[in-house]
Design a protein around this ligand. Structure first.
Ligand SMILES: *[C@@H]1O[C@H](CO)[C@@H](O)[C@H](O)[C@H]1NC(C)=O
Ligand SMILES: *[C@@H]1O[C@H](CO)[C@@H](O)[C@H](O)[C@H]1NC(C)=O
Ligand SMILES: *[C@@H]1O[C@H](CO)[C@@H](O)[C@H](O)[C@H]1NC(C)=O
Ligand SMILES: *[C@@H]1O[C@H](CO)[C@@H](O)[C@H](O)[C@H]1NC(C)=O
Ligand SMILES: *[C@@H]1O[C@H](CO)[C@@H](O)[C@H](O)[C@H]1NC(C)=O
Length: 527
């Protein structure tokens, strides 16, 4: 009896030592958009936080377009009156590599209204919804693998004039630092956007979680392709364990490899075609494990892998390359595609039939450089101080995505510093009310400011004299008072200065007066 207890004690000790030396659980943040309370969802008791960190929008009851959508009852949608771009800005995200996933929804009772919009992560567009998305499991969410290094993440939804962006959930799931390493171009400046993730030989859609996969895998979604065409393949499955499956960096679930398809005599090639965006680079990951009882050793089944007709892997021998039967083999390759289709073909060389477990396809996206954080803060101060109406938006990054810059802010890319700067502010006649904040002078690269014809009151900040690149300053037709700051005399590049139509008083700085000789146009006091 004592020996028994001791043995158990040892087993217990060993178990606790090995579990404490295992890596900690990955960071996971899941937001249920529009929810007023934290929620747990079946079957795995997943925790969803109530809605927070959004810049606008309206909560509503949700209709989930697909049974793979998380079972959440609410969503948030962003009508155009809330601005053309709206964001979730989530702070305190540890530095790392993440899978960011967004599920889209349909507002209850408006399910025929399928909105089309764009999604960006950290200023880079990762997804444009295509019509018909709500009827396709693979398109009811967007997913991208990104490095988050500055402690926060901004996920923005951009209206394209075709319905209101409508979001059910946001997940930020940490993955391995080296997950999906595909070669030297991989890294911090690159985002992998999930195009397709297919599991072969099974009929049920699965998440890593359904496969009891490791959380470091990022709870991937696997779309089932039961067959590659009529009579061309046969499903295979096994209950046997699979070696080398759940390993760094990708932690694929072991159970993924327990099903596969094998080609048949009627058509020895296994071929799969999918639609892709043209002129992009794709990272393609192929999964194999020899689970067919008829293949007993290396050399018995050998095939080539072709992409759009070009050979990318020659003489793939799953048993030979993985080291054994019932052992996972993962191959990846990166290809540039010019057309709109991607065809993956497995062509048998020995053994007459090819075998395939799963396919993953990612679009390789070069991440946008962002706007200098100091300038973003200055614009935010301006937004607040001038009471910029909601319709302006001014959420997320001012300059990127390049397709959706903030209206009224002109951007310039500084190649040497790798950052965007603001070189112009054009907000004339916009009905703005408020005062000019000192922070406006933090926009060091401004060449032009036009705030003419608004209802701006208070004084002209003397700090404006430090924006030495300024060539045009038009503050005419507002309610500015006080005197013209002496510091404006230091703006040696200034060619046009319109301060007329205000309630300014006092004298004109002498340094300004002298420069009129150069053909500059300065207007001061008259209304
Ligand atoms: C949302 O659903 C709840 C009950 O599930 C209901 O009480 C509420 O009125 C609904 N809200 C709207 C805006 O339809
Ligand atoms: C993907 O392929 C590249 C190039 O063949 C290889 O260096 C890399 O290790 C592979 N990545 C993984 C995670 O297996
Ligand atoms: C694809 O990758 C190549 C090599 O890294 C690069 O030169 C090219 O610009 C990439 N193309 C696109 C569309 O990203
Ligand atoms: C400033 O904007 C107003 C209204 O848009 C325009 O009429 C005016 O010419 C602009 N000023 C300058 C100096 O370009
Ligand atoms: C400018 O106008 C504000 C009211 O808008 C007033 O409080 C302030 O005293 C005025 N300043 C000067 C210098 O006239």
């Amino acid at each position: 009896m004592l020996r028994f207890t001791l043995l158990w004690l040892l087993v217990f000790l060993f178990a606790s030592i090995s579990s404490s030396s295992a890596r900690p659980a990955p960071y996971a943040m899941r937001i249920s958009c529009g929810a007023r309370q934290n929620i747990r969802t079946p079957p795995t008791y997943t925790r969803w936080y109530k809605d927070f960190a959004y810049t606008g929008g309206i909560p509503a009851n949700a209709t989930a377009p697909s049974h793979i959508t998380p079972p959440l009852k609410t969503l948030r949608y962003f009508p155009l009156s809330e601005g053309p771009e709206n964001c979730y800005i989530i702070n305190r995200v540890p530095k790392g590599h993440y899978s960011v996933r967004i599920f889209f929804g349909l507002v209850e009772h408006e399910i025929d209204n399928e909105p089309l919009f764009e999604v960006s992560v950290e200023g880079t567009i990762i997804h444009s919804l295509k019509s018909g998305w709500s009827k396709n499991d693979e398109q009811v969410f967007a997913e991208a693998l990104v490095f988050l290094l500055d402690g926060s993440v901004s996920i923005c939804f951009h209206s394209t004039g075709r319905g209101d962006p409508t979001i059910i959930s946001i997940e930020i799931l940490q993955i391995d630092e080296k997950a999906y390493y595909f070669g030297p171009e991989w890294g911090r400046g690159v985002i992998l956007k999930t195009t397709s993730r297919l599991t072969c030989g099974t009929s049920k859609p699965k998440f890593d979680e359904d496969y009891s996969g490791d959380h470091w895998g990022g709870d991937r979604f696997w779309h089932p392709i039961r067959t590659f065409g009529k009579n061309v393949d046969a499903p295979r499955s096994t209950e046997s364990g699979i070696k080398k499956a759940s390993t760094v960096p990708n932690f694929y679930p072991e159970a993924l490899y327990q099903s596969a398809v094998v080609s048949t005599d009627s058509k020895p090639d296994l071929a799969y075609t999918m639609d892709v965006d043209p002129n992009k680079n794709y990272s393609i990951w192929l999964h194999f494990a020899e689970i067919d009882a008829t293949i007993t050793s290396a050399g018995k089944r050998v095939f080539d892998v072709l992409i759009n007709g070009g050979t990318v892997f020659e003489n793939v021998d799953v048993v030979g390359m993985s080291g054994d039967r019932y052992t996972a083999l993962v191959l990846n390759t990166t290809v540039a595609l010019s057309g709109r289709t991607l065809t993956i073909t497995l062509h048998p060389k020995k053994g007459n039939h090819a075998i395939l477990t799963a396919i993953e396809v990612f679009q390789v996206i070069v991440a946008e450089s962002k706007t200098s954080p100091e300038e973003v803060r200055a614009l935010q101060a301006l937004k607040k101080s001038l009471g910029l109406p909601n319709r302006f938006g001014w959420n997320g990054d001012p300059c990127v995505p390049k397709e959706h810059p903030w209206s009224g802010a002109d951007c310039h890319f500084d190649k040497s510093g790798g950052k965007w700067f603001i070189d112009g502010l054009g907000l004339g006649n916009q009905g703005l009310r408020g005062s000019l904040p000192n922070e406006i002078s933090k926009l060091h690269h401004l060449q032009s400011i036009n705030l003419s014809g608004n209802s701006i009151h208070g004084v002209i900040p003397s700090s404006l004299g430090t924006v030495t690149s300024l060539e045009t300053l038009d503050l005419s037709y507002n309610f500015l008072n006080g005197s013209i700051p002496e510091s404006l005399g230091k703006l040696t590049a200034l060619r046009r200065l319109n301060l007329n139509g205000n309630s300014l008083s006092g004298r004109v700085p002498s340094a300004l007066g002298g420069r009129l000789l150069n053909g500059a146009s300065f207007k001061y006091f008259y209304r």
